[in-house]
Design a protein around this ligand. Structure first.
Ligand SMILES: [Zn+2]
Length: 261
């Protein structure tokens, strides 16, 4: 008999407009049917708060939320926007298990590099103050993220959508006991992540989909959804030469430990 799998998607945006045509709930239902009993929704910007909170409210036993301001949304008005985001945390702290997603993204545009770093420092210290972990989005910005960590409070957290090298893992580890969010990128043919995963170790890996982005093989190029996390778990099971049930159980335990869900 095969034991029931108990998977956790630690990073999924099923509340975005990409899922609106089917009412949002369908993708959550398919995830639960596939064994993904816990989902973590990280916020993006001011426009995503309401859709995120209303979808999460329909599944109080399955969906947890994180509140934060995404680095690509840091612009001229970042200070006002950040205050608004933090006000949601103050208003209902019991609703959020983490601050996120936060970070540095210089892939598209470097204009607001300084502002991104300031906003990140503020959100890191809020996390420490509130005893919450952080969900870090880092694209072309690892040195900046590490500089912010070195210059202030060091929260607990996860480097979400991690795609780095063994050297990156070591640079991060020197700063604290961080987790690494692994998604569909690991299944891509050109990815070197399979060489990095053993250096991370299964005890510090969190599974995520980053839906609707980065669909794993064999769904690559399509809209991603949380039920596809099974393909990611299967791939990681191969790399570590353990069963997919073990990958599900261990990574779920990791998520419960970090987010206290
Ligand atoms: Zn995200």
């Amino acid at each position: 008999m095969i034991a029931k799998m108990y998977l956790t998607d630690t990073h999924t945006h099923l509340y975005l407009p990409e899922f609106e045509s089917e009412g949002g709930s369908s993708a959550v239902d398919r995830a639960i049917a596939a064994g993904v009993e816990k989902l973590l929704f990280p916020n993006v910007d001011l426009t995503t708060v309401d859709p995120m909170m209303s979808l999460a409210a329909k599944y109080p036993d399955n969906i947890s939320m994180a509140m934060g301001l995404h680095p690509t949304e840091i612009g001229e008005n970042w200070q006002t926007d950040l205050s608004t985001i933090m006000a949601y945390l103050d208003k209902s702290p019991e609703k959020f298990v983490a601050i996120g997603e936060v970070g540095i993204d210089l892939y598209w545009d470097r204009t607001f590099r300084e502002q991104q770093m300031k906003a990140l420092a503020i959100q890191f210290s809020e996390a420490v103050k509130r005893h919450l972990p952080v969900i870090i989005h880092c694209r072309e910005g690892l040195s900046e993220v590490l500089d912010v960590i070195d210059g202030g409070d060091v929260p607990q957290g996860v480097f979400h959508s991690f795609g780095g090298t063994v050297d990156d893992v070591e640079r991060i580890r020197r700063r604290g006991d961080f987790y690494f969010g692994i998604n569909g990128i690991v299944t891509f043919k050109n990815s070197r992540l399979r060489d990095t995963l053993p250096a991370i170790g299964i005890d510090r890996i969190l599974l995520e989909t980053d839906s609707p982005y980065l669909a794993p093989v064999p769904h690559r190029g399509k809209r991603n959804e949380s039920s596809y996390i099974v393909a990611i778990a299967a791939y990681i099971a191969q790399i570590f030469d353990i069963s997919i049930e073990d990958v599900a159980a261990i990574t779920t335990k990791n998520a419960m430990r970090l987010f206290r869900i």
